[in-house]
Every structure is written in structure tokens, then in C-alpha cells.
Design a protein around this ligand. Structure first.
Ligand code: COI
Length: 364
């Protein structure tokens, strides 16, 4: 794909920035956004950075009716030297195109999309919060915009990137969360869209989550869509269990999201010589491990959630308290190392960090 230039239309007045120690997740947005259009005739075109603003879309735009859309989530971090940096952003761009492929959305040029994100971050650098555990969440997404009610792939799309200064995803932060194992509803089935990052997966997860939210559960743990036996993921994060010294995470099977943090956790554990295995794991096995006293830790891993220890799992009305409801040693070490690398406070032995400040041709 040919490299295009990015047109700039900057705002004349800037919004007031929130105080960095009171940030929640995803409620505040920066001054600018990136947008580009697609048509079957022109391909991706008209890349531009413009003031953050509502979209004007035809009510018949296909995204409103058939949900043909994909998104990504990544973060920009501020280092102690005041530099902006990203964590493995190329992985998000690759996954964006895998999601595009599943949803019949035309691929984006991954390098150009990353270039556009860096340009936007460079422009909005002052929005990256500095308080511990905060970052600038980056939400790239693509929507189908053709005004048409037939069920078919759209001929027009918009690719948009918005930015949100965020604090912890769960109010518990790094403290353990309570998770309910979902027995009635399923999130995804083999052959479905489970491994794509598409809005419909999240829409279909709301019912189960709503049913347990008022009982103090942060999220639900999804089981496989056929037998409802095997553990899949939490929906906003992948899951890991430490059983008798070995860390186990459900193997990617087509219905589980391939998390960037999941992949990084596996690499870190291997690097530390901690046994780690990707395989099928059933709730029954977890139940037996807990009964035998060898379920040592459970935690989730995701971009928004980082590492989130699971202190309690509830399955078929029974509560399993894990590690006395405390943050485990492995979860803590992973959290410290990952955030250490992400915030530029620790060595980056895997070359995961991409500096924003090194962007060439910075827009003026
Ligand atoms: C992320 O971790 O970035 C996610 O996309 C999870 C979520 C907030 C839907």
C-alpha cells in the first residue's frame, strides 16, 4: 500500500486535562482524533487528524444494523524522563487485520496505521498522565459506513483512533477481584468470532455480567460454547492458573482472544524458567486442584486490566477462595515487570518498547 500523508486540522482551544490521580477507565477523551475513509473505489484515503468530535453518519450506515466493526486497545506510557512509549503496538496492528479479515473489512496498512497512532500520540503527549498505574489508552476502531440495509460487507468504512487518559480498569486495581463462572450463557463458539476483537462479542457478554455485577463480581469467566466445561477467558482479559508450581492458560482454539499481554506473560514466565503450558483446562480440574490445595494462584492478563489477581471464583454456587484472597507472588512479579518495562523503569530484554518520540517527520 502506498504511504499517504496525514492532513492536520488542529483545535483552536484545548480541553482542561483531568488530574492524573483521579482517573477512571475510558471516560475522558483528548483534543484530537485520527480518521481515514475507505471506499471500494479509492481504498483507504483522506488520512487526517482533526479535533475530537461526534461523527455524522447516515442512520442506515451498516454498522448500526449488522455490527460490522472491529477495535483494538493499547496504551501509551510516560517514562520517568518524560518520553512517550508504546508496548508491542505492532501486535495490535496485526490483530486488527486478523479481526478485519474475519469481519470482511479491508485490511489497513499496519505500518501506516502505527505511524498515524504515533503522530496522534506525539500531538497529544501532554495528555499522557503521570500518576502511578495511569496511561493514555489508545482505541483504534473501524466501522462500516455504507448506507445500505442489505446483509453484505459494506463498501465504505472509517478507521478512527481516539485517546483516553485512564486509571485502573477494575476499581480493585492490583488487588484481587471476584469472578463468577458463567454456566448459562456463552461468549463464543468454535467457528464464531471469538478470536476477533469485534463489538458483538462484547455486546453478547453484557447479560451475564449484568446478572452478577450486583453480587460484587468484577466479571464472569467464560466456559467453552459446546460443553461448558473448559475455561476460555474473562472477556476483558485472558486467564492463568498456577497449579502445583506450573502456570496453565487455556490454549488458543479459535474462540479465545489472542491477547498481547497473554503472549507477553508466557514469554516472561519462560524467561524466568517458570513452567508454563497452554492447554485445555476444565472447571472440574480446577475444582479438584482447589480441593487438593494445589490451586496456588489465578490471575487475568489484558491491556486494560494489566495483571489482575483473582481472589475468588464462584462456580455453581460454590466459592473458591484462591491464595487466601491475596495477590500471588507470580501475579505480583508479572505486574511489576510488565509495568516496569511499559513505563521505562526496567530493562526491555525483548525489544517490546516502541518510542513515540523517535517518530520522524513529526507533524507541526
Ligand atoms: C483491552 O484490554 O484493551 C480491551 O480491549 C479490553 C476491554 C476494555 C474491552
Amino acid at each position: 500500500m502506498e504511504e499517504q500523508s496525514i492532513q492536520m486540522n488542529l483545535c483552536s482551544t484545548k480541553k482542561e486535562k483531568p488530574s492524573s490521580d483521579q482517573l477512571e477507565f475510558g471516560k475522558i477523551f483528548t483534543d484530537h482524533m485520527f480518521i481515514m475513509d475507505y471506499s471500494n473505489e479509492e481504498g483507504w484515503h483522506d488520512a487526517r487528524i482533526i479535533p475530537y468530535q461526534p461523527l455524522a453518519l447516515d442512520p442506515s450506515a451498516m454498522v448500526f444494523h449488522y455490527g460490522q466493526s472491529v477495535f483494538e486497545g493499547l496504551k501509551a506510557y510516560l517514562t520517568p524522563d518524560g518520553e512517550a512509549q508504546l508496548f508491542r503496538p505492532e501486535k495490535n496492528m496485526q490483530r486488527l487485520n486478523r479481526s478485519n479479515n474475519r469481519l470482511c473489512i479491508p485490511p489497513v496498512d499496519e505500518e501506516f496505521a502505527l505511524h498515524a497512532i504515533k503522530q496522534l500520540i506525539a500531538l497529544e503527549k501532554d495528555w499522557i498522565p503521570s500518576a502511578e498505574g495511569t496511561s493514555l489508552y489508545i482505541r483504534p476502531f473501524i466501522i462500516s459506513t455504507e448506507p445500505y440495509l442489505g446483509v453484505a460487507p459494506s463498501s465504505h468504512y472509517q478507521f478512527i483512533v481516539i485517546l483516553s487518559p485512564v486509571g485502573a480498569y477494575y476499581k480493585e486495581g492490583i488487588n484481587p477481584v471476584k469472578i463468577a463462572v458463567e454456566n448459562q450463557y456463552v461468549r463464543a463458539v468454535l467457528g464464531g468470532t471469538g478470536e476477533a476483537k469485534t463489538g458483538g462479542n462484547y455486546a453478547s457478554s453484557l447479560k451475564a455480567q449484568e446478572m452478577v455485577a450486583d453480587k460484587g463480581f468484577a466479571q464472569v469467566l467464560w466456559l467453552d460454547g459446546v460443553e461448558k466445561k473448559y475455561i476460555e477467558e474473562v472477556g476483558s482479559m485472558n486467564v492463568f492458573f498456577k497449579i502445583n508450581g506450573e502456570v496453565v492458560t487455556p490454549a488458543l482454539n479459535g474462540s479465545i482472544l489472542e491477547g498481547v499481554t497473554r503472549n507477553s506473560v508466557i514469554q516472561l514466565l519462560k524467561h524466568w524458567n517458570v513452567p508454563v503450558v497452554e492447554r485445555r483446562i476444565s472447571m472440574e480440574e480446577l475444582y479438584q486442584a482447589n480441593k487438593a490445595g494445589i490451586l496456588e494462584e489465578a490471575f487475568g492478563a489484558g491491556t486494560a486490566a494489566v495483571i489482575s489477581p483473582i481472589g475468588q471464583l464462584t462456580w455453581q454456587e460454590e466459592d473458591y477462595i484462591i491464595n487466601n484472597g491475596k495477590t500471588g507472588e507470580i501475579a505480583r512479579r508479572l505486574y511489576d515487570t510488565l509495568t516496569g518495562i511499559q513505563y521505562g523503569k526496567e530493562k526491555d530484554p525483548f525489544d517490546w518498547i516502541v518510542k513515540v518520540d523517535k517518530v520522524e517527520h513529526l507533524v507541526k
